[in-house]
Write a protein that binds this ligand. Structure first.
Ligand SMILES: O=P(O)(O)OC[C@H]1O[C@H](O[C@H]2O[C@H](CO)[C@@H](O)[C@H](O)[C@H]2O)[C@H](O)[C@@H](O)[C@@H]1O
Length: 384
């Protein structure tokens, strides 16, 4: 079988406006907010956090391996700043400064709620929500990443007003068992396993009935085979964990000693180099293996809009809220369509196609509650 060099070049660029550009912060933002890098905004300096996922060179150590490890650390917003070594006391404040600058371009969806809703007013809202890091906080054990009852209630309320879908890297069965709301659409396995609510949508304008779409079904046997190999190959690395997400796999290293990250990556590489039809990406302390088909969360969003009967409708306003790289595909679709709004959940500056931001799942909860209140009050207004 053809061997492939498993190299993913990914870069995370944090664009930092100069002090001149941030001297006069504007208290409110128009919709859409300023475009990110490369679109004629006030960027004059870039801080590049290299995110080269170069597994081929990992085993050999050296600079490439170090840079890969550094990029994985940089990608982890859950890093405890208080645990930073004493000799780099300025790191936290530098990150905060960068975040403040970044917020100029990706303002808080909560602080600017009225502006956001002005853009959505009169349009059919459709809500797309990522799960991990968005509805549930990031925790060490992926099997215990539960969402709170308050969050469930907020999602339930929002879904009673607007068609709502959960879009996750997890398999549909698992994420739906966490969310426990049968009235939602679920797009698991990074959008490769789409299911509509069994009893069809409650929303008068939405059409989709009993949707089931699995564009990567031919990969099931291969994924299962690779899952077994990965479990076997990585079992000697304490803390590592392979999660079977049906049409894709996750190899977790959140609980692996940093000194063993490269060894783990090398072991993953040794397995998947024999499968040129699989690709490797990385998320929040996780390596993700999935089919090379041109399908992602962005395609899933488009598919769901179409199956809901909203394709080509200009009076539809999709919100997509997510925290991870895989959510960028969906943010990009919204940006390219010039429709709706992407909201990135993050505590650190990241290059993104999202327009607005929220800091953490607790803010997502507040945002969903405000959306529900907004809908309630606009209904009350209509009734008067
Ligand atoms: O698309 P998502 O719903 O955000 O899923 C992406 C991955 O999320 C999960 O892993 C992440 O959350 C875990 C629990 O908090 C955490 O332990 C892990 O480090 C994170 O990467 C999930 O377990 C993966 O399978 C998903 O691919």
């Amino acid at each position: 079988m053809t061997k492939q060099n498993v190299v993913m070049q990914e870069e995370l660029a944090v664009a930092v406006p100069t002090s001149a550009a941030i001297a006069e912060p504007s208290p409110c933002f128009s919709y859409p907010p300023p475009r990110a890098a490369g679109s004629g905004t006030n960027y004059t300096r870039y801080t590049k956090l290299s995110c080269r996922l170069d597994l081929a060179s990992c085993g050999g150590g050296g600079r490439a391996a170090n840079s890969w490890i550094e990029s994985m650390k940089a990608l982890s917003p859950t890093q405890a700043k208080s645990a930073a070594p004493r000799e780099v006391p300025s790191l936290a404040s530098r990150e905060e400064e960068e975040y403040d600058s970044w917020m100029m371009l990706h303002p808080s969806a909560l602080d600017n709620f009225e502006e956001v809703m002005t853009a959505a007013k009169g349009k059919q809202i459709v809500m797309f929500l990522d799960y991990d890091g968005t509805l549930s906080p990031i925790v060490d054990d992926p099997d215990r990443a539960f969402m709170s009852d308050e969050m469930r209630e907020a999602v339930r309320e929002v879904a009673s007003h607007f068609p709502t879908a959960i879009v996750s890297g997890r398999c549909t069965e698992k994420v739906s068992s966490f969310v426990k709301l049968s009235e939602l659409h679920y797009a698991g396995s990074h959008g490769m396993d789409i299911k509509g609510p069994n009893n069809g949508p409650k929303h008068p304008k939405a059409m989709a009935q009993n949707v089931l779409f699995q564009p990567a079904s031919e990969f099931l046997p291969m994924i299962h085979e690779v899952y077994k190999s990965l479990v076997e190959t990585t079992k000697s690395i304490p803390g590592s964990r392979v999660e079977n997400n049906k049409f894709c796999l996750s190899v977790h290293f959140r609980c692996v000693d940093e000194k063993k990250w490269c060894l783990l990556a090398e072991k993953v590489r040794s397995v998947i180099m024999d499968y040129p039809k699989l690709r490797l990406t990385h998320g929040r302390k996780v390596l993700e293996i999935r089919p090379t088909i041109k399908w992602d969360k962005g395609k899933a969003l488009e598919f769901l809009l179409e199956s809901l009967g909203f394709d080509g409708c200009h009076d539809v306003f999709p919100f997509y809220i997510g925290d991870d790289r895989t959510d960028e595909d969906a943010f990009k679709v919204l940006r390219d369509r010039g429709q709706g709004l992407g909201i990135l959940v993050t505590k650190i500056a990241k290059e993104t196609n999202a327009s607005f931001s929220l800091r953490e799942p607790a803010e997502v909860l507040k945002f969903l509650r405000r959306l529900e209140e907004w809908k309630q009050s606009s209904q009350d207004g209509e009734a008067q």
